[in-house]
Design a protein. Structure first.
Length: 76
């Protein structure tokens, strides 16, 4: 996947804000990047465990991951 696609995917994990504080906006981006990386790793491990190989289309979707995170954190 190209860098623009990766950035677009990372944005799905980013909290929305209207703050102009660059420190807060950077934190949101860094945290979203961390969540994206965790999702990617979980998807990789689940696919390899279940099928023995890695495919580009995820078994564990980003939407499922975000829904679970919201439910466990009791937000949204």
């Amino acid at each position: 996947m190209e860098i623009e696609g990766e950035y677009k995917s990372t944005k799905r994990f980013m909290a929305t804000t209207t703050s102009k504080d660059p420190g807060l906006r950077f934190f949101y981006f860094a945290f979203a990047s961390l969540l994206y990386s965790i999702w990617w790793a979980v998807n990789l491990f689940v696919q390899v465990e279940l099928t023995g190989e890695y495919e580009r289309s995820p078994i564990v979707t980003a939407d499922n991951t975000l829904t679970l995170l919201r439910k466990e954190a009791r937000i949204g």
